[in-house]
Design a protein around this ligand. Sequence first.
Ligand code: FMN
Length: 570
Amino acid sequence: MLTGPKFKLLTDLISQSSKEELIWINGYLSALLGQQPQPATAVAAPVSVAASAPKKITITYGTETGNSKKLATEFAAKAKKNGIQTKLVGLDQYRLTDLPKEEYFITVISTQGEGEPPIAAQKFYDHIHNNGFKIPQLKFGVLALGDTAYPQFCKAGEDVDSQLQKLGGNRIVPLQKCDLDYEELAHSWFSDLLKSFDNAGAPAIVAAPVIADQKKPAGKKTYTGTILSSINLNANQSDKKTYHIEIAAEGVEYLPGDSIAIIPENPAAIVEEILALSQTDPAKNISWKNETFTIKDLLTQKLNITYLLEKSVKQYASIVGQDIPAARVGLLELLQKYPLKDATQFEAIVLGLTATAPRIYNIASSPAAHEGEVHITVLQDVFTVNGEKQYGLGTSFLESKKPGDEISFFIQPNKRFRLPAADKDVIMIGPGTGIAPFRSFTAERDATGAAGRNWLFFGEGSFTDDFLYQTEWQNWFDTDVLTKVSLAFHKDSADKPFVHHRILQHGAELFEWMQNGAYLYLCGEKDPMSKEVEAALLTVIEREGKLSAEDAAKYFEQLKTEGRYAKDVY
Ligand SMILES: Cc1cc2nc3c(=O)[nH]c(=O)nc-3n(C[C@H](O)[C@H](O)[C@H](O)COP(=O)(O)O)c2cc1C
């Protein structure tokens, strides 16, 4: 510690120095002590809050596929090593009433869907956004995981960071947004956070949000595949079309449970109309994310033009100088209703558009059974806008692909949706296209001769029209790969059965499997299917286990903790 004349010397120097000089001194001393100096350019907003050495910190995580949990767990171990008492908890388990009592609150949260928080973090996210409380005692730091391939990069983390501040919380480290190659950046962020504790009493200088490079992350390999076949699995008279698409891609690597991400192209006719209306030369070059494209290629392959985000509509309105209602519409419709004043406005509009979001499909093939191939199960997406039938961009794009056509994609791993050891029993609940990963699971267990039992719950409209992969399931049943199959076709009988009804019906046996250590998996529609299935599972546990509702909920939670219940819903 400095005292007397030395301390005076230091305070004199500080009082005579500019902010930039202080930053330089900080870096110089760090270097002298063998530490990494902070780059001066990273510093923007000064002093947010003085970080004093904490007695205790809480580290939380909101995760869908386990990355945030893994990091949070590593951070907790690091903090403990540094002598800090640390509580580690998932946001789904976090007691919301603890927030006003918390002093140090660190969270690692990913973004899912189209800029949404993970399901497990939804309750926390809603709580901080919808309840007008104040938490001035809170010192917080947010690490956001995401993927720059998505237009709403790290949106959930950004929201949590800004909302905690709005509620009166004090940011002790800047928000760190990370792409898929998050390890290094995340750990250096956490080290900075620990360092700010070491400098207890010194004002923490808070840098501007650090944004991960927009470059393609290492490890996310893009494959070019060739369409082998595309067939409609539903009968002609069905009101649905579900395509089974097989793609060959040399050297493709994935595991059962993973998904494929495809960036769909926009329809050529719409792009041509847009170019004509804006009087733009299709061959005109334009620079976007450090690459040069013709404006036609950019509009076709990279940008979202069919269903603009409200922020893009707002930007359009300001460029053309018109009042446009804040709603999500297509670029073509905007150009038709609110024409450009002159053609030069178009480039600014194009640069205000967001990237097309990848469409994610569960892989239906197995690496062991279908080497060098990826199969997907795609339901044609039909909806009505102003009474007019419309088709989703992703499924229309895939529907237009013929055998021999090329398609690029990348693998989206799903570490939380993995087959257990070969001798374990597996219960698979997958109505509709939720069946896809279970075709992968069963084919894999068949090809590898896994000894565990397999039970499939499947539901759809009718047996004759909509039983997806019927002959394969029958084959697996005949050869004892599939031990049990429970079907629910709601159009075939007056009592309109769905899979949750079958779960209740077979409750006793299901509970026996669970007690025997079975692993449960759920895939398919989030609403209402996954909620109905989970309610049915809780009823079965309560009824068959002769437990109170509270103890049944604990039993279910225990399954999740042991990694014996996994869901992938959308
Ligand atoms: C279906 C799906 C949607 C996603 N949507 C977004 C998104 O909108 N924005 C984003 O930045 N990242 C998005 N991601 C990427 C994840 O945030 C990223 O993979 C992250 O590392 C996952 O962390 P977790 O395992 O903790 O959930 C998405 C991933 C998936 C599988």
